[in-house]
Design a protein around this ligand. Structure first.
Ligand code: OXD
Length: 312
């Protein structure tokens, strides 16, 4: 069996090492930009992150493509140019726990006003602020997939009232559920903290623009751990500067790394992290992908195959 490996960031050697250990009988082909596969025997599988068109055009005989991450937008953007084989994303692989930690931390930071105390401390100000009630601090999670659900669970464990929004109706105990675009404004209107965990699709691109973000209650907070292109940057900035949105914690951006002149860097009410809310844990990811390859080789079904029409 031949498995092609490629990462757009070039950090492929540790992956090759771990796959060689986990699948010792597989022949691994590390692809680099400019390489032609024409004279080589075909690969059976490809394991990729942020592939290029020139690579995808050469994957004529793979049986499946595995992604080394959770989001499929970086590959689905190639649309009809993609080989007609299953594309499989990572399902959790240690990401859900990290995501839950990140969102719980950011929510608690706002709820307990640590962001304000950080500012005060920098100015040498000793000033206890009025306490808040959890009942007034509903957290709304946009997107109830494999990562969204553990985040909701963690927030509930902390005692926050939670609501969730998804494309199709869900019925979850203890969660106020909203479904479909027609209910989005109602969902937003009651979310003191909005957590974006949606996949990036044509429907979710620029979803959080001025009109939508203005539906949030005054003094709301935004936490984005999904994709930068879901938020209209100038609109968010304007609403933060006007005070309608009290703060944002952003892990994802339209262009990453976030360019140095971007105004988000100099806005003190925006907390920036470099796309680390859920790091791909290589060991878990290699185990998961290898196990799925073995299942496919035995003609068994696998989870986490992307629905190309839905876009995730
Ligand atoms: C992602 C990932 O999809 O890092 O953002 O897995």
């Amino acid at each position: 069996m031949r498995i092609l490996l490629y990462r757009g960031d070039g950090v492929i050697e540790p992956w090759a090492h771990d796959f060689a250990a986990r699948l010792p009988h597989a022949e691994l082909v590390v692809w680099r930009e400019g390489m032609s596969l024409a004279a080589q025997p075909p690969c059976d599988y490809a394991v990729l992150w942020a592939p290029t068109r020139s690579l995808l055009d050469q994957l004529t005989q793979v049986k499946a493509i595995f992604l080394m991450g959770a989001g499929a937008d970086a590959i689905l953007k190639f649309g009809d140019a993609l080989p007609h084989v299953p594309i499989v994303r990572l399902g959790d692989a240690g990401m859900a726990e990290q995501m839950a930690e990140y969102v719980a931390y950011a929510t608690l930071r706002y709820f307990r006003r640590f962001d304000e105390y950080e500012q005060q401390a920098r100015q040498g100000i000793w000033n206890p602020l009025p306490e808040r009630r959890k009942a007034d601090f509903t957290v709304g999670v946009l997107g109830l997939g494999k990562l969204g659900m553990p985040v909701l669970h963690a927030l509930r464990q902390l005692g926050f009232p939670v609501r969730g929004w998804s494309r199709s109706p869900r019925d979850l105990p203890g969660v106020e559920c909203y479904a479909g675009m027609e209910s989005l404004d109602d969902f937003l209107a009651g979310s003191q903290v909005l957590v974006c965990m949606l996949p990036l699709t044509p429907e979710t691109t620029n979803l959080l623009d001025r009109a939508r973000l203005s539906q949030l209650p005054a003094g709301a907070y935004l936490i984005n751990v999904a994709r930068g292109a879901q938020v209209a940057d100038p609109d968010l900035l304007a609403l933060i500067r006007s005070g309608h949105i009290a703060g944002a914690t952003l892990d994802v951006f339209r262009n990453e790394p976030l360019p140095a002149p971007h105004p988000f860097w100099s806005e003190p009410r925006i907390t920036i992290t470099p796309h680390i809310s859920a790091l791909t844990l290589r060991e878990e990811a290699v185990q998961q992908i290898a196990a799925k390859i073995e299942r496919l080789e035995r003609d068994e079904a696998i989870d986490d195959v992307i629905d190309r029409v839905r876009g995730y």
